[in-house]
Ligand binder design. Structure first.
Ligand code: TRP
Length: 367
């Protein structure tokens, strides 16, 4: 059995640097590691519709944004199949069969879905499609027999449900068809949940505290300059706090070798910079300017690749179309194995037809 990756994002907006350090950067590294036989990255438009069913244009317009973010972050269509979820009808079909393997009570216990229900005010009128999206996500993963799913921390409950569904399927219909997937989280703990520029728990489009991969240098600069730091660090001489200081959190998430030599040679490393800030005598502006350089070091090549693809949107759609066609072929094969295991492959089952033909014929010849 080969090593297969599947992961994806809902196309409800452009991707931000929280997505990048939380998963996207990791995916590019995995892609380039050469350790995987197949990599599938999916734009989860059908899942996006489970809570945006009344706003299809939002989903429609954001497919290209997410595709551009993927390509500009370094996902390479020669190595990675990029595809659109809704165009693979095998996913919907598999989801329908998986629905039998999960209880409503189990779905209601999923902590991520629970939090989303509260946040979206779905308590009073919960769409069945939204409650059951973890089942569809299990289909996303298993249709491609993915064993590795690089995601953010909030997706762990989905992976747990997917594994339960695989185990239940294997118990009932037989082993060897489906693969139990494992989540892959970023090593750097700061990257699990990058806070917004306002220091709030999470980067979120609706709060407006995001830095987008597609932001211009001017936007990045303005956002960093107005970032939340330590509210008690008023004068440069004051001692400052690192914990909860968003500028340092971002430095933790984006630091890589060579950054100090290149942009702030007075310091050897991040520990030294932090120590000085704690002691007092280091101003926010200096740290912020360093952060801008560190961010730009990562974002500038991404922005360049985005500009390249933005000039050829037709080509981006061609990439998605080809990826989708390939994914569909793989999906058809798995679905056919699933249907055979589930004993719903009547027309392919010559043994069944022959046996019943004989059995019914006997009724007429025996007397
Ligand atoms: N739930 C993911 C998100 O909100 C998107 C997604 C859909 C996904 N299907 C998936 C992620 C399968 C990993 C594997 O971003």
């Amino acid at each position: 059995m080969g090593k297969v990756i599947l992961t994806g994002d809902r196309p409800t907006g452009r991707l931000h640097i929280g997505h990048y350090v939380g998963s996207l950067r990791n995916r590019v590294e995995l892609q380039n590691s050469g350790k995987f036989d197949e990599i599938f990255i999916m734009i989860a438009d059908a899942q996006a519709l489970t809570d945006n069913y009344d706003n299809p244009d939002k989903v429609r317009e954001n497919i290209i944004e997410v595709a551009l973010d993927y390509l500009s972050a370094g996902l390479d269509p020669a190595k990675t199949h990029l595809f659109i979820q809704s165009q693979i009808s095998e996913l919907t079909e598999l989801t329908f069969y998986y629905m039998n393997l999960v209880t409503v009570a189990r779905l209601q216990r999923n902590p991520t879905v629970k939090a989303e229900i509260a946040q979206k005010n779905f308590e009073m009128s919960l769409p069945a499609g939204f409650l059951t999206y973890p089942v569809s996500q299990a289909a996303d993963i298993t249709l491609f027999k993915a064993d590795t799913v690089p995601v953010g921390e909030d997706q762990l409950p989905m992976l747990e449900q997917a594994r339960e569904i695989v185990r239940s399927f294997s118990n009932i219909y037989g082993e060897g068809v489906l693969v139990e997937p494992t989540a892959l989280l970023p090593d750097n703990k700061t990257c699990l949940r990058l806070p917004g520029t306002d220091g709030k728990a999470k980067m979120s489009k609706s709060i407006g505290n995001c830095i987008y991969l597609s932001d211009s240098p001017k936007e990045v600069k303005e956002k960093v300059m107005s970032m939340y730091t330590d509210p008690d660090h008023i004068r440069v001489e004051d001692p400052g706090k690192i914990e909860g200081n968003t500028v340092f959190t971002y430095l933790d998430a984006f630091m890589k070798p060579g950054m100090f030599e290149k942009y702030l040679p007075e310091y050897k490393n991040l520990d030294e910079l932090k120590a000085h800030y704690r002691k007092g005598g280091l101003g926010d502006v200096k740290v912020k300017k360093f952060l801008i350089n560190v961010l730009e070091d990562e974002l500038a090549p991404i922005r360049e690749r985005r500009a390249y693809y933005e000039k050829d949107i037709r080509k981006v759609y061609d990439i998605l179309r080809e990826g989708t066609e390939y994914a569909r072929k793989v999906g058809q094969k798995t679905l056919s194995e699933v249907k055979t295991a589930m004993r719903i492959n009547y027309f392919d089952d010559e043994e069944l037809i022959a046996r019943q033909a004989e059995q019914f014929l006997k009724k007429h010849t025996n007397n």
